[in-house]
Design a protein around this ligand. Sequence first.
Ligand SMILES: [Zn+2]
Length: 225
Amino acid sequence: MQQILPQIYTFTGLIAGRVYMLQDADGLTLVDSSIANAGDKILAQLKAAGHEPSAVKRILITHGHPDHVGSLPQLRAATGAEVWAHPLEKPVIQGEQSVVRPTSGFRPPDTKVKPTTVDRTFNGEETLPILGGLQVINTPGHAPGHVSFWHPAHKLLITGDVIFYLMNKMTLPFAFFTADMDENKRSIQKVLALKPETLLFGHGQPIVKTAAAPLQAFAQRIGVA
Ligand SMILES: [Zn+2]
């Protein structure tokens, strides 16, 4: 486990799909759950940091892709945490609907994830009682119900897969895993308007406090700023 800012951590060594931990007085919140074999590592790192599994009160999901909900069945069972997600991702996470793929170009095979019950769906761009106020931001495109999480006090955005950060470079998410790239680009414009200074990606290392300039440069490179 690696600390990013006070009360904000990320798990290490998960191979694909980053998981964050937010620490409040009343318990822990995880964001996403990585791939299917990550659950044991996440639980071990929680234990090493002195947390019982039951300290995890909720798991927020940015979108229902296998590298974000892969260990969700194990983590929900081990922790007893509630799973919170966007209404459009709920049937995907519950294994009732296939992952939504692009309508043109190369499409990976039809995929359903291993089902997990979603306990609560987001009510629009509500502010959640986490870290003193964590706002749900609808950022559709990569997945229809994709969300990011915005912490105004820190100017911090947990991006999910709206933007990838690969080898120290911001990129668009992979096209063949992105339901609607034009819509995803509009979500990047929305993210840009928030003026975040810290970006916590679904893929890649966090950029802490110095994200404004590289985000602006990235937005210009892809023609949305
Ligand atoms: Zn994804």
